[in-house]
Design a protein around this ligand. Structure first.
Ligand code: GTP
Length: 366
């Protein structure tokens, strides 16, 4: 059995990071997200995946080029124009064998055992099974009401707080019979959630499977940062040799530097004297942390530079971005690739700076 992984979306909620890096390639503990996806599918007993690509396909294909996945196959179905979540599945059909398939949104980090969901699906007479998870605040999600026998009863998209009737939401993981692929029009944009599932629901052929395992989508800065911190803490995706202190041998660590686990420091990083790095942070390859600078609870992409005395807390620093002397970046701020935050600026409250933007010293404080 194979999976189709939908990784063709623009990741607009995770901009400005996704202007340069496709969502599937953002790092979690210094491994691209798609690595966790492959592991998840392999652990679920699947023999391969078709990656349904559209936006920024090259970094994903380059990543897998020449990589030995020990018998797990990867194929690519690339769209010339966005085909949506159903169109993206249909476009992968040539690489499938005509049997049932698993479909996964390519931004879902899950600790569930897929084999159980597949078994439940096979035991039923449904054409599709949607995995559901229970969340505390379902108002930002697509709610799915189910009957006592797990037949899907109704969909509710992003309801107001007083309309919430269930806390079960679509986890973006499905098992589909081949008949479902036949229902999807070829060569045009269509949505599995909005077009195909409501039809199957009306026919009484759509079932749900509720998972209580770890689940997080990495689609927003907040959820991506949380997923990164969870992986660093070993909450999910931890292998048997998991180490809270993952520091590359080639990293240069100066005098008096504090490296506080859980943390991941990639090869080629330079941590200058008196710097503090940790608190569930990950530093990509070749990052430089200046003297007495502080990095906590953050993700730094490759080549990011934090100058002496600067503080980065709970934020995302894009590839090659620079935070100037004594500047403060906090509160879920996101810096795009190669942007420069000049000396003494204070960035807070989820501010996002586009790639390449240069903020002159002392020009911003909020
Ligand atoms: P936002 O723009 O932030 O909503 O992100 P997104 O469109 O990348 O993700 P969304 O959560 O809306 O979509 C769910 C999954 O479907 C993601 O993994 C996307 O990569 C994928 N996806 C969305 N649209 C397409 C598409 O047109 N083609 C393909 N192949 N995949 C898609």
């Amino acid at each position: 059995m194979k999976a189709v992984v939908l990784v063709g979306g623009q990741g607009s909620r995770l901009r400005p990071i996704t202007y340069d890096v496709p969502k599937a390639m953002v790092p979690l503990r210094n491994r691209p997200f798609i690595d966790f996806m492959v592991e998840f599918l392999r652990a679920g007993g699947l023999e391969g995946a078709v990656l349904s690509l559209g936006y920024l396909p090259d970094p994903i294909q380059e990543y897998f080029g020449g990589r030995d996945l020990h018998g797990f196959s990867i194929d690519y179905a690339v769209e010339d124009q966005a085909l949506g979540t159903a169109g993206g599945i249909k476009n992968a059909e040539d690489y499938l064998d005509g049997g049932p398939i698993v479909v996964v949104n390519g931004d879902v980090l899950s600790g569930m055992d897929l084999r159980v969901a597949i078994e439940r699906h096979k035991e039923s007479d449904s054409l599709a099974t949607i995995v559901l998870i229970s969340v505390e605040d379902p108002t930002a999600y697509g709610l799915v009401e189910v009957d006592h026998d797990m037949l899907v009863h109704r969909f509710l998209e992003k309801p107001a707080a007083d309309e919430v009737t269930t806390n079960l939401v679509n986890a973006g993981i499905y098992v589909l019979e081949p008949e479902v692929l036949e229902m999807i029009p070829a060569g045009r944009e269509s949505s599995i959630e909005r077009e195909i599932f409501p039809y199957l629901q009306a026919e009484g052929r759509l079932r749900a499977y509720v998972s209580s395992s770890y689940w997080k989508d990495i689609g927003t800065p907040r959820s991506y940062l949380t997923a990164s911190q969870d992986v660093l803490s070993g909450v999910v995706g931890a292998g048997k040799d998991f180490d809270f202190l993952q520091v590359a041998e080639s990293a240069e660590i100066g005098k008096g530097v504090k490296v506080l686990p859980p943390v991941s420091v990639a090869p080629g990083c330079i941590l200058e004297s008196g710097a503090t790095v940790g608190g569930r942070s990950s530093l990509g390859r070749g990052c430089r942390i200046g003297a007495n600078a502080v990095v906590e609870g953050s993700v730094l992409f490759d080549g990011a530079e934090i100058e002496p005395g600067a503080v980065v807390r709970g934020s995302i620093i894009g590839p090659g971005a620079r935070v100037g002397h004594d500047a403060i970046v906090r509160g879920l701020s996101v810096l795009g690739a190669r942007c420069v935050v000049g000396e003494g600026n204070i960035l807070d409250q989820g501010v996002r700076i586009n790639p390449g933007v240069v903020l002159p010293p002392g020009s911003m404080s909020f």
